[in-house]
Design a protein around this ligand. Structure first.
Ligand code: NAP
Ligand code: GCO
Length: 263
């Protein structure tokens, strides 16, 4: 029988106090996993713990900045001691800065690369030795439409998410022999706080132009919800995907396949 269960597994989802990470962690808990998450400050971790509790999930929350290698190494050691060896890692924590490239400072560019690309490298590097010792592991990197496409004002984010796609393929290549599967999940345009500015109604109450644009570019003719990601994320974390490796599973309502509705 195909095994989609995560019973007995320990899952770490980074930046998972809310948003996509929270939905993925919730799906993993529903599939039987023990949930560990981190966020950038105690207030967010406390908010996340309360939100998980409301869903009946006793999550383990930690403050950790994914760009700080010393902090990450201490965090992973603490989780391993207090909860157990991580079986599933989801590199979800991320930011975006929407600035025309010629107006973006090098520091702003570096910050996006640091969190969205260096962070997944740092956390994966800390977790992989434990997965090798345990004889299995699942790493899921949260990629993006911008792993495949560009658009105005998101140069740093696209560079990071494009790099994250190739980091995914390289972890697959380097660690597949240890029964570690590394795949990406590529959400389309999902309604979360990160995309709220793109969906805000205009002063006259009409839709944001970008909102209408995405609807026209999506065959499903709607924004995705975090719930749309839950099933695909469970598949990639479960034994059902043990021969899927180095793949980016796009959950985008068909955007990447579609030229867009004729105006
Ligand atoms: P979000 O609502 O902004 O949540 C991101 C989470 O990561 C927040 O809790 C954030 O904390 C945390 N974070 C930021 N920097 C961190 C750091 N250095 N260390 C630890 N945690 C950190 O974003 P989202 O929409 O849920 O997106 C989650 C992931 O999906 C991101 O990687 C994003 O790029 C990706 N994604 C989103 C969409 C979409 O349409 N929403 C589509 C494709 C991919 P703060 O609250 O302090 O920022
Ligand atoms: C943007 C959006 C996108 C989404 C997502 C799409 O400004 O274009 O924020 O980048 O966050 O990454 O997959």
């Amino acid at each position: 029988m195909v095994n989609f269960s995560l019973e007995g597994k320990i899952a770490l989802v980074t930046g998972a106090s809310y948003g996509i990470g929270f939905a993925i962690a919730t799906a993993y808990a529903e599939a039987g996993a023990t949930i560990v998450f981190n966020d950038i400050n105690q207030a967010l971790v406390d908010k996340g713990l309360a939100s998980y509790k409301e869903k009946g999930i006793e999550a383990h929350g930690y403050v950790c900045d994914v760009t700080d290698e010393d902090a990450v190494n201490k965090f992973i050691a603490q989780v391993t001691e207090e909860v157990g060896v991580i079986d599933i890692l989801v590199n979800n924590a991320g930011i975006i800065k929407r600035i025309p490239m010629h107006e973006m400072s090098a520091a702003e560019f570096r910050q996006v690369i640091d969190i969205d690309l260096n962070g997944p490298f740092i956390v994966s590097k800390a977790v992989i030795p434990h997965m090798i010792k345990k004889g299995h592991g699942k790493i899921i990197n949260v990629c993006s439409m911008m792993s495949e496409l560009g658009r105005e004002t998101v140069s740093a984010y696209a560079a990071a998410k494009g790099g994250l796609k190739m980091l995914t393929k390289n972890i697959c290549s380097e660690y597949g022999e240890y029964n570690i599967q590394c795949n990406g999940i590529g959400p389309g345009y999902i309604a979360t706080p990160q995309t709220a500015p793109l969906r805000e109604k205009q002063a006259d109450g009409t839709p944001h132009p970008f909102d209408s644009f995405i609807i026209a570019k999506t065959p499903a003719a709607r924004w995705g919800t975090t719930e749309d990601l839950m099933g695909p994320a469970v598949f990639l974390a479960s034994e059902a995907s043990n021969f899927v490796n180095g793949h980016i599973l796009y959950v985008d309502g068909g955007i990447l396949a579609y030229l867009g509705k004729q105006p």
